[in-house]
Each structure stands twice: as structure tokens, then as C-alpha cells.
Ligand binder design. Structure first.
Ligand SMILES: *[C@@H]1O[C@H](CO)[C@@H](O)[C@H](O)[C@H]1NC(C)=O
Ligand SMILES: *[C@@H]1O[C@H](CO)[C@@H](O)[C@H](O)[C@H]1NC(C)=O
Length: 213
């Protein structure tokens, strides 16, 4: 709580109110039946920024991420939202594989002139590639939860799977930390890390809701 200044909370509530009223306006003009679930997104993002999840950054990162994906409009619950976030993270990780490949392109400045950065980038490439594979498995685990009887995933497997990707991101950040590409990679990794945190928090929110039933 100490980290939230009055200015920041004011900014948050302004954005939330703005998003909510545009969602309500869209709903009102949308002709009844085709209600979207923007309010589920707003509520879930608000909940993960409070107790006990306390995701330490603003709920609008969560909301703008989810609202940028058309599938959020059809989300039934927080499991669907967690799935969407995990998929968005997978797309970002795959894009990072491509980005690192470009940076390492044969004959490029880094590949020829900066062997230390190049080695670190190759390790990052492996981290991102692993994330893509892991997130496909996470997708299936989240989707299968509660649907495969006693052979299905246990609750702890869901957050643990996404947590693995956080470790990959941290590994990459550590590998490049004292190289010439540290800043570029830190900026990209910060977004990946936020996505992983939001996805995991949404999973835990979903599981917390299940316990009440
Ligand atoms: C958010 O938290 C409130 C209060 O605990 C709860 O009633 C609601 O179901 C939660 N919403 C979601 C989407 O988890
Ligand atoms: C919105 O969520 C509710 C459950 O909260 C679900 O019944 C409904 O189908 C969802 N709306 C759409 C458009 O998918």
C-alpha cells in the first residue's frame, strides 16, 4: 500500500472509470444480447492488484493487455483470462526469439564484434524458445484443469507452470546483465515478466474462486 501515492491511485481510478464507462456505452449501443465481458476484465484486474495478490503495478497494464485481445470479450471466468494472458506471453516470447535472431544475424555488429553479448543472446534465445514450449504446456494444463477427472492437473500445477517462464526471463536478464545489450533486453524482459505475473495472479484468482464453491 505504501507504494501507492494519492496521485497514482487517482490516475488508476480515472482510467478504470473511463474504461468502465466506455464499456457501458458500448454495451448500451450493442443491442442487449451481445454483451461483452469488459466488466469481468476490469473486476479481475482490480482484484489482482488488491489482497492477497498485490500485483505491484497498475491494474491498467492488466486491463489494456486483456482488452487488446478480442477473445477477452467472450471470457467466462478468470481461467479464460489467465489462458489469454498466457497465450499473449507466448506470442511475445516467440517474437523475442525472432528479435534475438535478428540481433545475432551472421555478419551483424554483435555477432562479429561483441562475442560476449552474442553468447549471452544465444542463451536468451534458448530461454525464450523454452518459454514458448512451456507456455504451450501451460495452456493445456490451464484448459484441462477440472475437466479430466482424477488424472487431470492438480491446482498447484497451474501457477507452477507459468512460474517456470518467470525463471527463464530472469535467467536471460542475468545472462545479458553486464553486456552491451543489457538495456535493450531489460526493457523487453520487463514486459514479459509483467505478463507472467498477471497470468499467474489470474490463475490464483481463479483457484481462489473455486475454493469458495
Ligand atoms: C473480486 O473480488 C470480489 C470480492 O472479494 C469477489 O466478490 C469477486 O467475485 C471477484 N471477482 C473476480 C472476477 O474474481
Ligand atoms: C460473459 O460471462 C458470462 C459469465 O460471467 C457468460 O455467461 C457469458 O456467456 C459471457 N459473455 C459472452 C459474450 O461470452
Amino acid at each position: 500500500m505504501a507504494a501507492t501515492t494519492p496521485m497514482a491511485s487517482m490516475a488508476i481510478s480515472t482510467v478504470v472509470v473511463m474504461l468502465l464507462s466506455s464499456a457501458m456505452a458500448a454495451h448500451a449501443s450493442g443491442g442487449g444480447e451481445k454483451a461483452d465481458n469488459t466488466s469481468l476484465v476490469m473486476e479481475a484486474c482490480k482484484n489482482i492488484s488488491g489482497e492477497p495478490f498485490k500485483v505491484g503495478f497498475l491494474p491498467e497494464f492488466c486491463a489494456s493487455t486483456l482488452l487488446s485481445d478480442h477473445r477477452s470479450a467472450e471470457a467466462k471466468d478468470c481461467r479464460d483470462l489467465a489462458l489469454i494472458t498466457a497465450d499473449i506471453l507466448k506470442v511475445h516470447a516467440a517474437a523475442m526469439v525472432g528479435k534475438v535472431d535478428n540481433m545475432l544475424r551472421e555478419g551483424g555488429r554483435i555477432a562479429t564484434k561483441d562475442k560476449i553479448a552474442a553468447r549471452a543472446l544465444r542463451l536468451c534465445r534458448a530461454d525464450y524458445g523454452g518459454m514458448v514450449n512451456t507456455l504451450q504446456i501451460c495452456h493445456n494444463i490451464i484448459q484441462d484443469f477440472g475437466r479430466k477427472g482424477k488424472h487431470g492437473p492438480t491446482p498447484s500445477e497451474l501457477p507452477e507452470c507459468v512460474e517456470k517462464t518467470t525463471n527463464s526471463i530472469k535467467d536471460c536478464t542475468a545472462e545479458v546483465c553486464s553486456t552491451s545489450v543489457a538495456r535493450t533486453m531489460a526493457m523487453a524482459n520487463e514486459i514479459l515478466e509483467k505478463l507472467a505475473i498477471v497470468s499467474k495472479a489470474l490463475i490464483n484468482l481463479f483457484l481462489a474462486g473455486k475454493k469458495d464453491l
